[in-house]
Design a protein around this ligand. Structure first.
Ligand code: UD1
Length: 422
């Protein structure tokens, strides 16, 4: 299994182009199930999760061409014949976002059979709200043999559904389903993550009628059918936030091409409180590190526009070297501190108290062999390795390939000593 070896100590200096967002591209790909015409997506990140979604959609009859180029991959998806409405266990267990096919399948074919995803390293991750929401649109749901069976033989009906907890993919699934339902759907207390507005923009381009985009209530007027369109995937705010923090932890200066502050409002504000300078210049975000040590700043994860849980591990890595202390509270996932023991093996001083972790800044981290446990935890270890004294070897790096396009190249081009080894 591949490992990543890093010799720490080099500041990151240079330019990094931020890729298209994985969490936007996955629902956009699923949206191709809603029409028999081609959907053309540009700025698609070349990641293993994208390949898993290709595998899943191909299994359902999609014809997909993926033109893979560094920084500008594009994809055309066409589901002329929807030949299979099953999302098998083998794909769903690899990638939980496979559940995004559920809404589009029921909307277009009147049925879907999707394997229950089960838990994952960061929590139990239920999908009860996706199912209750589909029931509110008239679908009949049964669970059997580890599969969700959803049926709406006469098509979905518009309805009202209020999310008791904000859910990103839940909102996306129901929004896609509602585009082809008969009548009006009101989705209340929806997630406001930028990836949802991106999906809504693409669906609108396909002929859907959606209002309230960017607010906590979406109103969708169902239409008879949707058509193809061309859509550019928004830039990856989690990748941008990660590299901004990587610049800060290594005391470097980076130009993040294609990043913008609007996509990371709380992250930007906390970075500035810690002492990092951020400045937008045209379509780029410039990150400058102060020569003085960073200050410890408390952080709590929240749905957008709050601090993204997918940047919690990276913030923690950054805080390990700050002056003072930082209380980090995770409110979205119940088991998202698996990077803590690994960071401690590198010399960090972190204690966990329930859903909070108290990070007391230390003078230096030391390289060590460490184990990646999930996608964002892995990259926090890369960040720690970039600044640690000596060599860090990160095991189980396949997690990184799910979410960071050309990670080693991007970091190496900015001065990092990082390589993939067997
Ligand atoms: C999405 C992101 C993931 C990110 C997460 C939170 C994608 C593909 N993945 O995941 O990277 O970490 O948002 O920002 O976009 N919940 C329920 N019942 C449900 C659905 C969710 O109780 O039916 C709970 C979850 O357990 C969790 C919270 O709601 O505590 C938020 O989860 P949700 O927003 O649904 O996460 P995902 O959409 O799976």
């Amino acid at each position: 299994m591949d490992k990543i070896r890093i010799m720490g100590g080099n500041p990151l200096v240079g330019d990094i182009r931020v890729s298209g967002a994985k969490n936007a591209a996955l629902p956009l790909m699923a949206a191709s199930l809603l029409t028999d015409q081609p959907l053309h997506l540009t700025s698609v990140p070349d990641l293993s999760d994208i390949l898993s979604m290709i595998e899943l959609l191909t299994h359902m009859g999609a014809e997909i061409t993926f033109d893979r180029r560094i920084d500008s991959s594009s994809m055309t998806l066409c589901v002329k014949n929807l030949s299979d409405t099953t999302a098998p266990y083998d794909v769903v267990r690899k990638m939980r976002a496979s559940v995004l096919v559920l809404g589009p399948l029921v909307a277009r074919a009147g049925e879907a059979h999707v394997s229950l995803p089960g838990g994952c390293a960061i929590g139990t991750r239920p999908i009860d709200l996706h199912l209750k929401g589909l029931e509110a649109l008239g679908a009949e749901i049964t669970l059997e043999g580890g599969y969700i069976h959803a049926k709406a033989p006469n098509g979905l009906q518009g309805g009202t559904f209020t999310f008791p907890i904000v859910s990103v993919t839940g909102t996306e699934n129901l929004m896609m389903a509602a585009t082809l339902a008969k009548g009006t759907t009101r989705l209340i207390n929806v997630a406001r993550e930028p990836e949802i507005a991106d999906l809504a923009a693409c669906l609108t381009g396909m002929g859907a009628k959606i209002s309230g985009i960017g607010t906590d209530t979406l109103i969708i007027e169902g239409v008879e059918s949707l058509q193809g369109t061309t859509h550019r995937v928004i830039s990856d705010r989690i990748e941008a936030g990660t590299y901004a923090m990587a610049a800060a932890i290594t005391k470097g200066n980076l130009r993040l091409k294609g990043a913008c502050l609007d996509l990371i409002p709380t992250v930007a504000s906390l970075l500035q409180q810690a002492g990092v300078e951020l400045e937008e210049e045209g379509e780029d975000l410039i990150v400058r590190s102060p020569s003085a040590p960073l200050q410890g700043v408390d952080m709590m994860t929240e749905p957008f526009p709050g601090f993204a849980t997918d940047l919690q591990a990276q913030w923690m890595a950054l805080m390990t070297l700050s002056e003072g202390a930082s209380m980090i509270t995770e409110t979205i996932w119940e088991n998202r501190f698996m990077h803590v023991p690994e960071l401690c093996r590198m010399g960090a001083n972190i204690t966990i108290h329930g859903s909070s972790a108290l990070v007391r800044g230390v003078k230096a981290l030391k390289g060590a062999p460490v184990m990646a446990t999930d996608l964002r935890a892995s990259v926090s270890l890369v960040m720690a390795g970039l600044v640690a004294e000596g060599e860090t070897v990160i095991h189980r790096v396949y997690h990184l390939d799910r979410g960071y396009e050309h990670l080693e190249e991007k970091l190496r081009n900015c001065g990092a000593e990082i390589e993939r080894i067997q």
